[in-house]
Unconditional design. Structure first.
Lengths: 218, 206
């Protein structure tokens, strides 16, 4: 299991891996939006939570199709499925690797981008907290989508269509946490719901994804 | 490994039916048959990657090491990193002796992207050595190997059999092994119109 995590992270870091792709996209979104919307700080501050969350979500989506497709193409997925590791564990580890190279960097740079978008000072803690809690769900839900479409040629579009609706609750509650936090309101309810979605996804989706892969490998 | 009356299907259509054989420790079985007869499908079923339509496969848990057409090599990793990953995934075989056995020591630190097809295949076969599993199920293991490498591989296979392992090989070339040959042609599944089995996916159209 540890070996798989290390291998996946190493693959992502080496040339041609997915590391930096999502991050660069996230940066671009946060830099471009103020240029498009205009320099009014009040407007930017108001839309910042939503923009940051949408940016994080789309950055995650960018690298999802690599989670299983590359292993499927070179035959590794067959060999992983016949290895002593349970396929559920393989899915969980690969989602964790995806989060570590995609989600975690987004969380880390988000305060800087918050600054670019004139996020209210009270909002930074909640931006970090909501992305930290929410992005693992994005990776796990994304793995499930990737598992459903593994083996399809050019399955990326279908996967996006499958995954985006599943991302909606995370997006809504995540952005709500930041919005309320920035306005100094209570955030407990959306934060709890966000955490519940993440916990539920982590508990259930590896099993669903493993079942989908088994069917797709036949 | 004991196989009884096995019917295997590809894309929901039965391709082989009534396949029965037994594979004792220390024995090798060579599968033959024309292209498209279902050798790969049979091997994938035995490896547990797909369910059989009917029949029984008796095999110990985690006994089968499967080597497919694709070697599962990550091109951005070095030869040693590739092999070390599979070794730890299967519970830690000896990477160095596997590299030595397949004559890959000189290439150990080379990126797999820079290997030739035959060298990649040797790396794929070295993976079998680090799995530590007794039954090797191999699909055309000698594709793109040169004569010397085929001889090298045949030697490794003989060593594996001598230590109580067994092997199931779909191949068209003679490895010089004391192996039984199973020709799959008589097991070709009949069409449903001729009284053959109807595949799982066809049920909706009955």
């Amino acid at each position: 299991m540890k070996a798989l995590l290390i291998r996946d992270m190493r693959l992502a870091m080496r040339a041609g891996g997915g590391f930096g792709l999502g991050l660069a996209f996230f940066l671009l979104v946060a830099v471009i939006v103020p240029l498009g919307v205009g320099p009014e700080q009040a407007v930017l501050g108001r839309i910042a939570p939503g923009i940051l969350w949408v940016g994080a979500l789309l950055s995650c989506l960018l690298s999802l199709d690599r989670i299983f497709a590359l292993d499927f193409e070179d035959g590794s997925l067959d060999l992983l499925a016949t290895s002593p590791m349970p396929l559920e564990g393989v899915v969980a580890v690969k989602s964790a690797a995806h989060w570590l190279v995609t989600g975690l960097p987004l969380v880390v740079v988000s305060p800087i981008l918050g600054l670019l978008l004139n996020l209210a000072p009270e909002g930074y803690v909640w931006l970090l907290a909501s992305l930290g809690l929410g992005t693992p769900a994005l990776s796990v839900i994304g793995s499930f989508g990737a598992a459903l479409t593994v083996g399809l040629k050019r399955g990326g579009l279908l996967m996006s269509l499958l995954v985006l609706p599943l991302y909606m609750p995370t997006l809504i509650f995540g952005a709500e946490v930041v919005k309320r936090g920035a306005q100094g309101l209570a955030v407990a309810t959306p934060l709890a719901l966000l955490a519940a979605i993440t916990a539920g996804s982590l508990a259930l989706l590896p099993f669903a994804a493993a079942a989908a892969i088994r069917v797709n490998l036949r | 490994m004991r196989v009884q009356d096995l019917t295997v299907a590809r894309a929901g259509i039965a391709v082989l039916e009534g396949v029965s054989f037994a594979l004792a420790p220390g024995a090798a079985l060579v599968l033959r048959g024309p292209n498209g007869i279902g050798k790969t499908t049979l091997l994938r079923t035995l490896a547990g990657l797909q369910p059989a339509l009917a029949g029984k496969v008796e095999v110990g848990p985690e006994a089968v090491a499967y080597a497919a057409h694709a070697d599962g090599i990550k091109t951005v990793l070095s030869v040693r990193e590739n092999l070390a990953f599979w070794a730890s995934a299967y519970g830690g075989g000896d990477v160095d002796s596997a590299l030595a056995a397949m004559n890959l020591q000189a290439l150990a630190d080379r990126r797999a992207a820079n290997l030739s097809a035959g060298q990649k295949r040797r790396l794929g076969l070295a993976r079998l050595l680090v799995t530590g599993r007794p039954i090797w199920v191999m699909d055309e293991p000698t594709v793109s190997l040169d004569t010397a490498s085929v001889a090298l591989f045949a030697g490794i296979l003989r060593g594996h059999l001598a230590t109580g392992g067994s092997a199931l090989i779909a191949t068209h070339i003679d490895l010089g092994l004391e192996a039984e040959v199973l020709d799959l042609t008589p097991y070709k599944a009949r069409a449903p119109q001729m009284g053959g089995r109807i595949g799982a996916f066809d049920e909706a159209f009955e």
